[in-house]
Ligand binder design. Structure first.
Ligand code: AMP
Length: 253
């Protein structure tokens, strides 16, 4: 595919934008002058109605932030715009049932379904997805490859607060003491081995562990030994707020 002035780079989001989202928008803008940002809290990917109801929303603030980072079109569709009376429901397959998918049944099917709907509407040449949601990135990439969809999926590095906490829209729901306890996650990831990571995570009473594993980047299955490109992935809850993060593992670790 040759580059064209009409190529669109697309950044799908659920809003409550932070610097992690903005870095994806900047990355998109470096690829093409046509940057579309969608803001849509997708009910299909929430298995927990409380999480959906509490999901932070700030459309006005989001528009200003997205524009300042280089978005040329901000699209905040209604449910009916995204989902007409009949639409295709996609399945994220076996990988969609592990890790995040095991704790949030149907999450990745709903995610892939909305990405498909958004892609059909926006018709981008590029789509930028954050490494923060590493399993999501894996599933989207695999789907695009296998379905032969002519969209380049581009990963964006995780943006962290200066103390190491991965930025997330859900972080606003953390009380100051939760916010402090949440630092255990990046500390554990930096430890470099699964054993040490587990020890660090278990030392924080406010943190409820869901999983901490090393995954093989080519299959998204557990790697018993770090392999080239492998990541440690961690998820859990602090005071009912779900947090997830990951970091590359060095092979010599
Ligand atoms: P969300 O609004 O949470 O659905 O996220 C929209 C996009 O932003 C996804 O591709 C996320 O992976 C990405 N994203 C969220 N947090 C971060 C972060 N801290 N750094 C980089 N990308 C992020």
């Amino acid at each position: 595919m040759s580059k064209s002035a009409t190529d669109i780079a697309f950044v799908p989001t659920m809003g409550a934008l932070h610097d992690g989202h903005l870095s994806l928008i900047r990355q998109a803008r470096a690829l093409t002058p046509n940057v579309v940002v969608s803001i849509f809290v997708n009910p299909l990917q929430f298995d927990n109605p409380d999480d959906l109801a509490k999901y932070p929303r700030d459309l006005e603030g989001d528009i200003a932030k997205a524009e300042s980072a280089g978005a040329t079109r901000i699209w905040a569709p209604t449910y009916d715009e995204v989902y007409p009376t009949t639409f295709e429901k996609l399945s994220a397959g076996d990988v969609g049932k592990t890790f995040e998918g095991a704790s949030r049944p149907g999450h990745f099917d709903g995610m892939l379904t909305v990405v498909n709907q958004l892609f059909k509407a926006v018709q981008p040449r590029y789509a930028i997805f954050g490494e923060k949601d590493f399993q999501q990135l894996f599933i989207v990439r695999n789907w695009v490859r296998h379905a032969g969809i002519p969209i380049e999926i581009i990963p964006g590095p995780i943006v962290r607060e200066s103390d190491g906490l991965a930025m997330s829209s859900r972080n606003v729901r953390l009380r100051p003491e939760d916010r402090l306890a949440a630092l255990v996650i990046s500390r554990a990831l930096r430890s470099g081995t699964k054993e040490q990571a587990l020890e660090i995570l278990q030392s924080e009473p406010a943190f409820t562990l869901d999983y901490a594993q090393i995954v093989d980047p080519s299959t998204f299955t557990i790697a018993n030994e770090p392999v080239e490109g492998s990541r440690m992935i961690v998820a859990g809850w602090i005071n009912g707020v779900r947090l997830l993060d990951n970091m590359p593992m060095s092979v010599s670790a």
